[in-house]
Write a new protein. Sequence first.
Length: 156
Amino acid sequence: MDESTSNHRELRNLSDMVRCMETAGDLKGTEVFIFTDNSTAERAYFKGFSTSRILHELGVMRGEEMTSFITLHLNALERSPELRSWIESWLVWNNRPLEFLEPIYWYERGHDFKGSTTNCDGQWLPEYVDGCYIWAFPPAAAGIALEELRKACQKI
């Protein structure tokens, strides 16, 4: 295989970066995500080998930090600003307004809590107000958000 092919360059960039990060100790206790539009390079990385001798011998990108292209900290609404208006154009639930929840509201508003009051005995009582919520969480927070979403759904 010609060393100038995109398959070669893609797998070389990938394997060089992973080796570099491993040497620097940056991979301890981590999970590696692969982002590529090159299915040949992805398959070779996943399988751990390639039938192509040149691809098999490769070892990622030099220069810019690879992590600058991996935006796991951004939610879908931050990645695609048009998404919010598109959702608002078709999603209606019991004539209630949509509420796009920021993470700070996952634990209260996401569970239908909206403020509190006290009863005649001075006991604190949460106020419940049903809503229609959009939980737009980034992939990096998916585990936490899904656990809260599970709790919110089980109350119904």
